[in-house]
Design a binder for this molecule. Structure first.
Ligand code: AMP
Length: 220
């Protein structure tokens, strides 16, 4: 199964990808996570990406495309993958389409998480992440057992610099301008499936499980 998760920041793509990748037994490839990790480890890519990520702008296409191309060639992508946060521009989508076409492994589905503005703002402004392992929490919806401390690794929970109010506005502007056109791009390719990003994580997960079960039955 080769999947792309498309939708605004705060739509719940990462949360669903975390569950889906276990169910479908394919890797979860989040360009946001990869870039944050590169920044945390101060790699050359991290140094190039840092200022863009922190101000809510997109990292240049050539850097992100090279990062994803390298990742998709790894052995664990042989049976499929879930791309989360990539592609984010028409040029990224064209490059992905061309690469997968060359390898004769086209995308199966692009899941579009349609999400209302109020939900996006509530999720992003309340999100906290572990500074050590990157795990996500929410101040209301998904609290850690001990306030400010990661359940998984004991690291300190912080707010992502790009989850601050003014940067959220910029990320949403960039999404509308650069990423939303991909909805039509994949509609034209007839692989777009729309789901509601407003649903709570468990409800949306149940819907997605159902969708993949039905598809499996169709294929077999
Ligand atoms: P995310 O965790 O997906 O919200 O991504 C966080 C930030 O990483 C974005 O605001 C961008 O600065 C950068 N980023 C992630 N994916 C991409 C991409 N496909 N193209 C360009 N920049 C990206």
């Amino acid at each position: 199964m080769r999947l792309v998760l498309l939708g605004p920041p705060g739509a719940g793509k990462g949360t669903q990808a975390g569950v889906l990748c276990r169910d479908l037994q394919v890797p979860h490839i989040s360009t946001g996570d990869m870039l944050r990790e590169a920044i945390r480890h101060a790699t050359p890519l991290g140094a190039q990406a840092k200022s863009y990520v922190e101000k809510g702008a997109l990292v240049p296409d050539d850097l992100v495309i090279a990062l994803v191309e390298e990742r998709l060639l790894k052995e664990d992508c042989k049976n499929g993958f879930i791309l989360d946060g990539f592609p984010r521009t028409v040029d990224q989508a064209k490059s992905l389409d061309a690469g997968l076409h060359r390898l004769k492994i086209p995308l199966d589905i692009v899941l579009y998480f349609r999400t209302s503005l109020a939900v996006i703002i509530r999720r992003l402004s309340g999100r906290r992440v572990c500074g050590r392992c990157g795990r996500n929490y929410h101040v209301v919806n998904f609290k850690p057992k001990m306030e400010g401390v990661c359940d998984a690794c004991g690291g300190q929970l912080v707010q992502r610099p790009d989850d601050r109010e003014e940067t959220i506005q910029e990320r949403l502007r960039v999404y509308e301008e650069q990423t939303a056109p991909l909805i039509h791009h994949y509609e034209r390719e007839r692989i777009l499936v729309q789901v509601s990003g407003d649903l709570e994580a468990a409800a949306l997960n149940a819907e997605l499980t159902d969708l993949f079960e039905k598809r499996k039955r169709l294929v077999h």
